[in-house]
Design a protein. Structure first.
Length: 313
């Protein structure tokens, strides 16, 4: 286990360094001078000069990257020049919203995707199998923003069951919070459920044809016991890794969904920052999201190592 972790950590450090270079470098490719934009319509020369000095815009690109990396290593991701708040503080404000949305989406995806995958594998070449594959194709090909708009029209406009947009803290009104989050969570979970279904079906088909499953059936064990206790337990090994990586993708991939449903999470934060040329916020959010994704990848590898005895041999 120690050697395994050492190897994984040995790849994480250079990966994070490369990510930081990409985050900082790509941000500099955006057109326009952020100092002119932040100075307002008057663009007072003194204010522009101050912003150039504050943002180190007169320095070379490597020097600016060095300043930014030094501060980031000390937990300082800069300050939002638009709202005058530290970027870390803004991230901590928005993080619970996006984590809740991603968590609900993962739960929905697992319930739908794993169930459909198991049924599809057990009932191979049946109507259930074809229906599950049609669902997977629909989930993979349906754009999130389009599905979100349709759900708003149906459940908010026509039926009036759910709010069309907005966010309510669960500490203020839990029922209102769940009502506001269920549609965007379903939109995100729908696409990931299709991915989980395909992987679960493939893994289950492989496990169901293995020798130990045939032996379990020959011993007279009931089909539910064979499927759920012997087959599904082993088939879920690759799904664990996929689920952890999917959660990382959801943390950084909620931009369109949060925009459609007006949810104040990471997506809304980074969209506002890009439009306002708030470089510090963009860099901080992207770096945090990439780091979280890499961290979840490590946790997935550890879980895979723990549940797969062959890796411990």
């Amino acid at each position: 286990m120690g050697r395994f972790l050492a190897r994984r950590l040995g790849t994480i450090v250079p990966t994070l360094l490369l990510v930081s270079m990409l985050v900082f470098g790509l941000q500099q490719l955006l057109p326009g001078d952020p100092a002119l934009i932040l100075a307002g319509e008057d663009r007072d020369p003194g204010v522009v000069a101050y912003l150039h000095e504050k943002l180190h815009l007169d320095e070379s690109l490597p020097v600016r990257y060095g300043y930014w990396l030094r501060d980031a290593l000390h937990g300082d991701l800069g300050e939002s020049l638009r709202v005058k708040k530290p970027v870390v503080e803004l991230i901590l404000e928005k993080l619970p919203v996006t984590v809740q949305l991603a968590s609900m989406a993962i739960v929905i995806a697992v319930l739908i995707g794993v169930t459909a995958g198991v049924v599809s594998a057990v009932k191979k070449d049946s109507v259930w199998d074809y229906a599950a594959n049609v669902f997977a194709l629909w989930g993979l090909s349906t754009p999130n923003f389009w599905l979100g708009i349709l759900l708003i029209l149906l459940f908010a406009v026509h039926l009036g069951w759910l709010p069309a947009s907005g966010y309510v803290s669960p500490f203020e009104d839990l029922r209102g919070n769940l009502a506001a989050m269920i549609m965007p969570a379903f939109v995100l979970g729908n696409a990931f459920a299709a991915v989980l279904m395909r992987h679960t079906r493939s893994a289950m088909l492989q496990v169901l044809s293995s020798d130990y499953v045939r032996t379990a059936r020959a011993k007279g064990l009931s089909e539910p016991v064979v499927v759920l206790k012997h087959a599904l337990r082993n088939a879920l090994v690759p799904v664990i890794t996929l689920g952890a990586l999917g959660f990382g993708e959801l943390l950084g991939g909620t931009v369109l969904t949060e925009t459609v449903f007006t949810i104040p999470g990471f997506g809304k934060l980074i969209v506002d920052a890009v439009f306002n040329r708030d470089y510090g916020v963009v860099q901080g959010v992207v770096l945090f999201t990439a780091s979280a994704y890499i961290g979840l990848n490590l946790l997935a590898d550890i879980a895979y190592f723990l549940v797969n005895p062959r890796m411990r041999g």
